[in-house]
Design a protein around this ligand. Structure first.
Ligand SMILES: Cc1ncc(COP(=O)(O)O)c(C=O)c1O
Length: 326
């Protein structure tokens, strides 16, 4: 059972900064209308069993996860469908989150997290939303043994404002290497994302939107928060790499297109007709350029942008099973 510790309930100072969602921030107008009522309302989130005002909650400064990244999160989305708001592939996201929680010894109940997600969306009145569940190790000691520490679960939702830079995403090969799976399993473990933050910062400092991780042998891994596909001669291929997060959007697109998944070298990627990134936040993001390699107008990628948009909004009958009504 996850409970708030007395210390964490009574602590009145040092409110942590609230995140605005995933690392990719839209630079263009959103493609779908924002929910202005939801934007105006005071944000609420689900925390350890209750809905609360987001600004009424604080975390203790000795929170273990703040010092060591001992937490696991998900990035999910709900969409306004004709049948009402629905979460896309909710159980797949929560299964992945459970795998990360288990590694850290954090108790995680998928049914509870699913209910928390729906409650948070309802409390905020969000339809098109980015959803951020986070399970983390709280107070206990500064030691690295997390046994006996407090554990927490929260779910925040924000109106959708995030994805890669539309059709204009410019990507660069990162000098950083991806966390090897033999050191950090490709799950959404909080501390692992320092690797993405370093790569993103370095790419942006050089004027690019996104970084591409490549391994020592010249194989493509993934972006900082998205998987990679290429299109060559009309054939769609998903980049496969053991250090990459097995993305749910990637899985969705493989199912929709019948794309094969295999190892891809950087040379092959540069030689492709089209390249796109994909992820829950990024959706399908055609890549305009990879360093000095400029791609064309990405017709197949743009078709997939449209197909994915129909799927997540329940406009493709075959994809209804992926939607959980709010
Ligand atoms: C490192 C990384 N790769 C890939 C993805 C795409 O995964 P998904 O499609 O499940 O959102 C993400 C998304 O958060 C990510 O953080």
């Amino acid at each position: 059972m996850l409970t708030r510790t007395a210390a964490e309930q009574s602590r009145s100072s040092c409110r942590p900064e609230r995140s605005e969602g995933p690392a990719v921030v839209d630079k263009q107008a959103p493609r779908y209308a924002r929910d202005d009522n939801a934007l105006r309302a005071k944000p609420k989130l689900w925390f350890d069993g209750e809905i609360a005002d987001a600004d009424a909650l604080q975390a203790d400064l000795s929170t273990h996860a703040m010092h060591y990244g001992s937490g696991v999160f998900e990035g999910m989305r709900s969409y306004a469908t004709q049948q009402g708001a629905a979460v896309f592939r909710l159980s797949d996201h929560l299964q992945r989150m459970r795998r990360g929680a288990e590694l850290l010894g954090i108790a995680f109940d998928e049914a509870q997290a699913a209910e928390a997600t729906l409650q948070a969306l309802r409390a905020n009145g969000h339809r098109d939303a980015y959803i951020r569940p986070l399970a983390w190790v709280g107070t206990g000691s500064f030691g690295l043994d997390v046994a006996g520490h407090a554990q927490h679960l929260m779910v925040a939702t924000t109106p959708t404002l995030v994805h890669l830079g539309g059709t204009s995403t410019r990507m660069t090969v990162s000098p950083w290497r991806r966390n090897p799976a033999s050191s950090l399993p490709p799950l959404k473990l909080c501390g692992a994302y320092v690797n993405s933050i370093l790569a993103k910062r370095e790419a942006k400092a050089r004027g690019f939107d996104e970084a591409l991780f490549v391994d020592d042998d010249g194989f493509v891994v993934e972006c900082t928060g998205a998987n990679v596909f290429l299109v060559k001669g009309g054939q769609v291929t998903a980049v496969d790499h053991r250090d990459a997060l097995p993305g749910i959007t990637r899985d969705t697109l493989i199912a929709l297109t019948g794309a094969d998944a295999r190892a891809v070298t950087l040379d092959e990627l540069r030689d492709a007709d089209e390249v796109f990134a994909c992820g829950t936040a990024a959706e399908v993001a055609p890549i305009a350029a990879l360093d000095d390699r400029v791609f064309g107008d990405n017709p197949i990628s743009r078709d997939l942008v449209a197909l994915y948009a129909r799927v997540v909004r329940g406009e493709e009958a075959t994809a209804q099973a992926w939607l959980t009504p709010v």
